[in-house]
Design a protein. Structure first.
Length: 320
């Protein structure tokens, strides 16, 4: 029965999602007919179960129930056609349904908290005064923000889309959430900022291959906005190599043709790590060519060339 559609072509699991059924009901339907998670629900072409859950504002437990099955995880990459929500993935649909005022109030609060936290750390370094009560209050507020219903749904969707893994009792979403937000294609910028604010300490935490979130973002040169956000949040990440010895700059250079460099973030990455040019091991005559591409950037072009020359002045006579 779980695989039998009604006259409109909808499966029982589509109807369950539409009428906000419990997580236990969704699990039972998934066990009976797992493929139902990836089949479209007429009349909204290619609107899968997770699209419906996100659109209807179902509970976090309902989302988690779907992501305990491989078919549920696969459906995270499915998009609605233009007759639905303009090729929207389930995460994009969830983002459009959030309560804007509450979400932006939370973002503003987190920005203020992180700014205050930075000032307290600076005061501790310069004056030797540590405001333990103030720091604990900030950490408590951040932990409370992590329990927000919208964020918990977004968090597990981002994690599962990036890793391709199902949710289990042992799943540690927090350990890779920033990598995941930087790595998936469908992560909205506001949700990425939320991840950076909630898990600021993960910006310098490497994955199994020694890569930071900045490394992950630079695997695709088209993610200029994501790379810029990560650099602004943690410039020192540009100076950290992964286990293969590559820096984020190396990945940008490798991921696109030289004609596309001016549209990437190579200037920003050079500003943060001027000595990285040495790792390319190029003929010295090619460095001026790289600088010419960097100088096309309106904001940081000149500074990037300056930082690379300051880090290795010998490039000047060697390249003339």
């Amino acid at each position: 029965l779980a695989s039998t559609p009604n006259k409109q072509g909808q499966l029982p699991i589509h109807m369950a999602a539409q009428f906000r059924a419990s997580a236990d009901v969704l699990r039972a339907l998934m066990r009976a007919f797992p493929r139902g998670a990836i089949l479209p629900s007429p009349p909204r072409d290619l609107a899968c179960v997770l699209h419906i859950l996100a659109d209807r504002g179902n509970t976090f437990d309902a989302f988690r129930a779907m992501l305990e099955f491989p078919e549920g995880v696969k459906s995270l990459r499915l998009s609605e056609t233009p007759t639905g929500l303009f090729h929207s993935t389930p995460l994009t649909v969830l983002n459009t349904q959030k309560r804007m005022h509450a979400f932006h109030s939370a973002l503003t609060m987190l920005r203020d908290m992180r700014r205050t936290q930075s000032l307290l750390k600076k005061a501790c370094q310069e004056a030797g005064y540590y405001d333990e009560e103030g720091m604990q209050r900030i950490e408590s507020e951040i932990e409370t923000a992590k329990q927000d219903d919208f964020w918990q749904k977004a968090e597990i969707m981002i994690y599962c889309e990036y890793t391709g893994e199902i949710m289990t009792e042992d799943t540690d979403v927090a350990s890779r959430i920033v990598h995941a937000a930087a790595g998936i294609e469908s992560c909205p910028s506001s949700i990425l900022e939320m991840a950076l604010l909630l898990y600021q300490e993960r910006l310098l935490a490497p994955d199994e291959e020694g890569r930071l979130p900045l490394h992950i973002a630079t695997l695709d040169w088209r993610k200029r906005a994501v790379t810029s956000d990560l650099l602004m949040a943690c410039p020192e990440a540009a100076r950290v190599p992964d286990k293969s010895g590559k820096y984020p700059f190396n990945y940008i250079i490798e991921s696109c043709a030289s004609s596309m460099w001016r549209r990437s973030c190579i200037g920003d990455l050079l500003c943060a790590n001027g000595s990285v040019l040495e790792t390319l091991k190029l003929d010295d005559r090619l460095y001026p060519y790289i600088w010419s591409k960097v100088l096309d950037e309106e904001l940081n072009g000149c500074r990037a060339v300056y930082e690379s020359l300051r880090a290795k002045p010998s490039l000047i006579p060697a390249s003339l």
